[in-house]
Design a binder for this molecule. Structure first.
Ligand code: C2E
Ligand code: CA
Ligand code: CA
Ligand code: CA
Length: 277
């Protein structure tokens, strides 16, 4: 048996070698990148479906690797999550998003709510709320201008999730459920968790004009959100037909390439921010 196990291990490590090594390299690059300031944020506007004006923005992290060039978050976030680097990276994201939002407010722009994505490992840190509270104080940002995006999978451990969300609400933050409809979905938690918004996953929105069931899903989520007094945002809106569909469903907010791709801070400021009055 020992011999068999030994050969199992060998075969496994042999097959994994290149990928594992790749991963290790990227992981150590990630660590260095964080120290060297290779990360930055882009912002995507969230728009009123009815009026077409801006309602807020979502911060999305970007990595400009010195050799590889831009690496997509779909690639490095899971790796950062696995290695634990997501904790310092996530902290940096929160701080930078808050700082940028405050900078825009200081410049006299109409204040907007900025959404920031949390990863599961970050969310599980019991001291996260306290840390966020300190950041907000240091930056002097009003918590009503911050929304945290979590995913359904983070609420599997119901009691721990509830406690964490309660701390966020006590701070005065908004909470949304990202990629809604794709994860572990229990209607029970919608009733019991202190959340403010559902973000309907892009995969449903992109098919509303072609797939009957996707149209049904989007309109069901929207009306359910209304009944539960939750706000609702449609993600991944790419064309006018989809927007028209959402308008007919009285979906409040939309986000997607139809309005803009995520863009760097300077460009976002020029394209979307307006001075008060
Ligand atoms: P997400 O939170 O669901 O973010 C939306 C993603 O959809 C973004 O991809 C955005 O660029 C893309 N998107 C927006 N509108 C459209 C559209 O109309 N069509 C299409 N095809 N795509 C659209 P991105 O920036 O590559 O981010 C991918 C994922 O990486 C995010 O999904 C989020 O889960 C994660 N992520 C990004 N930034 C952060 C971060 O700061 N922290 C954490 N924990 N995760 C992040
Ligand atoms: Ca998100
Ligand atoms: Ca999403
Ligand atoms: Ca997503």
């Amino acid at each position: 048996l020992a011999k068999e196990q030994g050969s199992e291990v060998k075969r496994f490590s042999k097959g994994m070698t290149t990928i594992a090594r790749e991963k290790l390299i990227l992981e150590s690059d990630l660590r260095k990148g964080l120290e060297r300031g290779e990360f930055y944020l882009e912002y995507q506007p969230k728009m009123s479906v009815e009026h077409g004006n801006i309602l807020g923005m979502e911060a999305l992290v970007r990595w400009n690797h010195p050799v590889r060039g831009p690496v997509s978050p779909g690639e490095f976030i899971p790796l950062a999550e696995e290695s634990g680097l997501i904790v310092p990276l996530g902290e940096w994201v929160l701080y930078e998003a808050f700082r940028q939002n405050k900078e825009w407010q200081n410049k006299g722009y109409d204040p907007l709510c900025m959404s920031v994505n949390l990863s599961i490992r970050q969310f599980r840190q019991p001291r996260l709320a306290e840390q966020i509270g300190r950041m907000l104080e240091e930056i002097d940002l009003d918590p009503q201008y911050v929304e945290l995006e979590i995913t359904e999978s983070m609420t599997v451990d119901k009691d721990a999730a509830f406690e964490q969300l309660k701390r966020f609400k006590q701070l005065g933050l908004h909470i949304s459920i990202d990629d809604f409809g794709t994860g572990y979905s229990s209607l029970h938690y919608l009733k019991n968790m202190p959340i403010d918004r559902l973000k309907i996953d892009r995969s449903f929105v992109s098919e509303v004009m072609s797939g009957q069931s996707d149209a049904a899903i989007v309109s069901t989520i929207t009306s359910m959100a209304h009944h539960l007094k939750l706000k609702v945002t449609a993600e991944g809106v790419e064309n006018e037909e989809q927007l028209e569909f959402l308008r007919n469903q009285h979906c409040h907010e939309a986000q997607g390439f139809l309005f803009s791709r995520p863009v760097p801070a300077g460009q976002f400021e020029r394209m979307f921010l307006k001075k008060l009055g």
